[in-house]
Design a protein around this ligand. Sequence first.
Ligand SMILES: Nc1ncnc2c1ncn2[C@@H]1O[C@H](COP(=O)(O)OP(=O)(O)O)[C@@H](O)[C@H]1O
Ligand SMILES: [Mg+2]
Length: 366
Amino acid sequence: MYVKKLCYENFRNLKDGCFEPDPGINVIFGDNAQGKTNLIEGLWLFSGQKSFRKVKDAQLVKLQEGEIKPARLQMEFFAAGRAQTAELHIQNRRTAQLNQIPLPAPAALGQSFCAVVFSPDDIDLLKDAPIGRRSFLNNAISALRPKYEKMLQLYNRAVQQRNALLRDVQFHSELTALLDIYEDRIAKTGAYLTSRRKEYIAALMRHIPEIFQQLSDGSEQPALTYQCSAGDGSEQALLQALQQSRGEDTKTGFTGVGPHRDDFLFCINGLPVKQYGSQGQLRSAVLSIKLAQAELLKTFSGEQPIAILDDVMSELDAFRRDYILNHINGWQVFITCCDPEPADRLVAGARFQMRAGVLEKTAGAT
Ligand SMILES: Nc1ncnc2c1ncn2[C@@H]1O[C@H](COP(=O)(O)OP(=O)(O)O)[C@@H](O)[C@H]1O
Ligand SMILES: [Mg+2]
């Protein structure tokens, strides 16, 4: 699949306009804080996922004095053998249209348009707290299965209801019967989330070893495993864990077990990379997860996703950079950089310069 045109209005610092990329490699260069990442963030949002910069939707709307107008993004793209259009409106929340038909949820765009992004923050996925890993899984799976997002909302609501009840039940013991109802809901929806997440981790693991071995010296064995906070994460195990933790949870006012407390672990030769890995191993581990994710998107959609490389050209060593570029050979690629020089070696494609939110096509590559 490839993007033919992206038009934007009231989006971040971009001056209203359109971007017509090349179906091959696109290099967007410019100084810092000019709007390069904003532009490719606009493309990424059509994957139906949240921004890869972990911001609230409201931050995507252009800040300007006086009246706040919603941001509007329109895209023409080619996928599933035909030209298609999609549109996103963003204010406090997002709404989406595909081929002029409103979608029930923006996540459903992921069924038609796929993207994978590489950014310098990626390494945080394995370094930071589990919440980032859970949202990685939630986003990645929602893009493939809209039902997952619905179940996640039901699950989160049931957990909030249980938390609220935990505070009141101390004073009104007659409310205990309601706890049973909420815990039943948490266990049912939670077991669905857990099994989809385990399935996704297993699917990633079908690709990771080969990719990882090529990114590292070849002798290291990677393993990605899902870690449940409640037994095996089945409905029965969840229900049991919830009942057992009632006493503790009543004290904290917070549900301490369930998929919202789960995690995943990346090990190399049996040791968690988070604690024991070198910087290079961490980077290879994250890149292998990302490239495996791209493989799954490709299998799912039957075509190549678009690839976004935000500011990673100067950060990656030549070996890893070439590996990624070879891996995504034939895909439409968007590369942002301050200095266009590393991209000069790329033959086909187009170059654009971003200056204060204004994009201009420049001469350079053919
Ligand atoms: N909602 C917004 N409204 C207006 N300007 C914004 C908004 N969000 C970010 N910006 C501005 O966009 C610029 C950063 O753009 P970015 O795409 O991150 O730059 P870079 O070219 O370095 O990738 C900053 O000047 C920032 O203040
Ligand atoms: Mg940037």
